[in-house]
Write a protein that binds this ligand. Structure first.
Ligand code: ASP
Length: 438
């Protein structure tokens, strides 16, 4: 039995939904289907989820969401009419608009795209619509209660041979709608796959699979046919956008494979994501390269730092107090560096610097902004001598100055920090050194 999740571009309009129907009907083992809200039909389009967030904000500004909600109504009316399903969405649309206008939360508003999308697909397929409202549970902090949710999903779906479920949301212990972070329908799909003990979790999107590098930076990057959960996590956390980085958590402990597939090219085998990669695919040194812009390094220097017990803790507790998470923490004998995402700094840089100066009395603090991180990921990197030298050789040949180096203890990745003006050049240099040889 397979669990399938279809993303926003697959659910964007009636003609893409017809492709979804073809995929599902082609294989009777595709029994449980999780969907996203309708996404972009063309690059300049607005995703339904974004339009719903906009409705919530419009209400705050002008007291109603007449203007934006009209576009949402039209999208769903068009889909229903063109698909020819016997479903009246007007009552739902009325309730949704009224609820958004009468003091609901942004999460409730955002969740309604998936809700309607699932209802429509269920009606077209003749499958049961099963709401995730009281199946996927979060605590008051919005953290997923995985075991509880698995039990609930299993108990409910065991009563149905086929079902369509909305992704992205559930409720908290107070009964209020909560969503995952953006792209979270991938996580819902993984929960359903695990709960129902699927043989495979198919994640249907609009590309042939996980690419070895960002196609906006590298010309025609190759598709990865097989990668491990850990590699997926490293690559997607660092910007590769195919799947939500948290979607492996529900499935990785039991080794349930994930298959990324393309709704618009369904015969392509796509990418398999598994516990351990073996065979020919397992021989590549580097599996993929990804990266992100928008980081700052805070370098802190203090003589005899390594002899002072608790120094790092004091620095980190300042970040903790300000609610700022850091990405990397490379250190030397008398120096430590904090690599922080600019969006997490939230304009708090001066405050943090002041606290570090007052509480820690460093000899020197330096800030380097405009940093980008490049992640070179591959489970074989640990076993191959000379990988790091090839990375730095390729960067040096491209005249790129490396500002920071960090290697995870699993040796699954090497992260380098480069000036943002060198970011694209760095990704290309690494790609051509390693990945092209696949
Ligand atoms: N519709 C939501 C989003 O746009 C969730 C998802 O598609 O997975 O982020």
């Amino acid at each position: 039995m397979k669990v399938c999740k279809f993303g926003g571009t697959s659910m964007a309009n009636a003609s893409t939904i017809k492709r979804v129907v073809d995929v599902v009907e082609k294989d009777p083992s595709r029994q449980y289907i999780v969907v996203s809200a309708p996404g972009k039909r063309i690059p300049a389009d607005v995703k339904v989820t974004d339009a719903l967030y906009a409705c919530f904000n419009e209400v705050k500004k002008v007291g109603n969401c007449d203007k934006t909600f009209e576009t949402i109504e039209k999208r769903f009316h068009d889909i229903v009419a063109e698909l020819g399903v016997d479903l009246n969405v007007d009552d739902d649309l009325k309730v949704i608009k009224k609820s958004i206008e009468e003091s609901t939360t942004a999460d409730y508003a955002a969740s309604r795209g998936e809700y309607l999308s699932a209802k429509i697909l269920a009606s077209k397929l003749g499958f049961e619509f099963v709401d995730t409202f009281d199946l996927i549970k979060f605590n008051e902090k919005g953290e997923l209660l995985l075991n509880y949710s698995l039990d609930k999903v299993k108990a409910k779906l065991s009563k149905h041979q086929h079902a369509v479920l909305p992704g992205f949301y559930g409720t908290d212990t107070m009964g209020k709608v909560r969503t995952f972070s953006r792209g979270g329908s991938d996580i819902t799909g993984a929960i359903v796959a695990r709960a129902m003990d699927a043989t495979v979790y198919e994640n249907w999107t609009d590309v042939d699979g996980f690419l070895t590098a960002d196609p906006r930076i590298v010309e025609n990057p190759t598709t990865i046919s097989c990668l491990s959960y850990k590699e997926l996590r490293e690559l997607s956390y660092m910007g590769a956008e195919v799947m939500h980085p948290e979607s492996i958590f529900p499935v990785h402990s039991i080794g349930l494979p994930i298959n990324i597939k393309n709704t618009f090219n369904p015969d392509h085998p796509g990418t398999m994501i598994v516990k351990t990669v073996e065979g020919e695919e397992g021989n590549n040194v580097v599996t993929g390269v990804s990266g992100q812009k928008g980081f700052t390094i805070i370098n802190i220097e203090k003589d005899m730092m390594n002899g002072q017990v608790g120094f790092v803790r004091k620095v980190l507790s300042i970040l903790e107090y300000e609610g700022i998470s850091f990405e990397h923490l490379p250190s030397g004998i008398d120096t430590m560096s904090l690599v922080v995402k600019d969006e997490n700094l939230n304009g708090k840089m001066q405050k943090i610097l002041q606290k570090i100066r007052e509480n820690i009395h460093p000899d020197n603090i330096e800030i380097h902004s405009g940093l980008s991180l490049v992640a070179i990921v591959g489970h074989n990197m640990a076993a191959r001598l000379g990988t790091a030298s090839r990375v730095f050789g390729a960067l040096a040949d491209a005249h790129i100055n490396v500002r920071m180096i960090d290697q995870g203890s699993s040796e699954l990745n090497i992260i380098v920090g480069v000036d943002t003006c060198d970011y694209e050049k760095a990704i290309n240099a690494i790609y051509h050194e390693f990945v092209k040889e696949h």
